[in-house]
Design a binder for this molecule. Structure first.
Ligand code: 48H
Length: 272
């Protein structure tokens, strides 16, 4: 065996992982922002929040982060962004290539690995293999998320969940808008949409989908913002296929909206 490796004790390795993991988890059971879903929108939001020293955690059901970005369009791992989306990819340092006026392409694997890395390096903590299965509501506000191991979900085990508290929750779960579906199931049609329910995404129309996603990125229930594909699902915007600028811009926008709330919290009445 090469000299450089030195002695290694399997039990020390085990202790290191267990101690460090639980330290990390305990440091993040009470956060400023909890993002459900580590796709492009959730990771971009986490990056812009963490960059401003906001304590942010991302919960991702799968083993891997990145949501639907890896596969580009129909498993051709290239994605398209418009001018504004390119600005964000440039900020992350992802290589972009002009295709024709107003259209740029990027390698989807380079894009999502870089965005994930930048989010982590900015200070966002990502917990993979954890599913959001419920919300905590106090009064009429969501105050946290209810979590379980994805493995229990997959194996359909009867195991009770644990919770984390968050000042703000972001639904970045993509097409299914899972956090909003849970809220709707638990409290009825009280979302800030026209029917009070998740309106459901409309047929594919890239141009309109990319425009409406920014209008639809907003608070959708007290304490809960929606971003990415979940935003168009919530408010009934069209899907847009493999143009990913809207996801990045929506992630950036939700971060800006939450940052503005954190920096100028609503004034409370003094009880004199
Ligand atoms: C923990 C969860 C849970 C849960 C889901 O699907 P995503 O990539 O979502 P976005 O909005 O960042 O990006 C959407 C984009 O990928 C896309 O699908 C587009 C542009 N479609 C257009 C079209 O026309 O089809 O990522 C969401 C992530 C995934 O990684 C899920 O595993 C995760 O959220 N997730 N994580 N708890 N309950 N539900």
């Amino acid at each position: 065996m090469p000299e450089k490796i030195g002695t290694l004790d399997d039990i020390v390795i085990t202790r290191a992982i267990v101690e460090r993991y639980f330290q990390k988890l305990l440091d993040h059971v009470d956060v400023d922002v909890a993002v459900a879903g580590g796709g492009p929108a959730g990771l971009t939001a986490a990056y812009y929040l963490a960059k401003e020293n906001v304590k942010v955690v991302v919960l991702e059901r799968q083993l891997r982060i990145g949501g639907g970005m890896w596969g580009g369009g129909m498993m051709f791992n290239e994605l398209v962004v418009q001018e504004a989306g390119k600005g964000i990819l440039n900020e992350f340092g992802v290589s972009c290539y002009p295709y024709q006026d107003g259209y740029h392409t990027a390698d989807s694997v380079e894009a999502i690995t870089t965005i994930g890395s930048k989010a982590c390096q900015a200070g966002a903590k990502i917990f993979n293999l954890i599913s959001v299965e419920d919300v905590m509501i106090r009064g009429e506000r969501v105050t946290g998320l209810v979590l379980n191991w994805t493995a229990t979900e997959v194996a359909k085990l009867h195991v009770d969940p644990l919770t984390i508290r968050a000042k703000w929750v972001v639904d970045a779960t993509g097409h299914p808008s899972e956090v909003l579906q849970i809220i709707q199931r638990k409290v009825g049609p009280k979302l800030f949409t026209s029917s009070g329910k998740v309106e459901g995404e409309k047929p594919m129309w890239a141009e309109v989908g990319e425009k409406t996603i920014l209008e639809n990125t907003r608070e959708v229930y007290p304490g809960v913002y929606v971003t990415g594909m979940a935003a168009n699902a919530a408010f009934g915007g069209p899907r847009m296929g493999p143009i990913f600028g809207g996801m990045l811009l929506s992630g950036q926008r939700v971060a800006e909206l939450i940052l503005s709330k954190i920096k100028s919290p609503a004034k409370k009445k003094c009880s004199v």
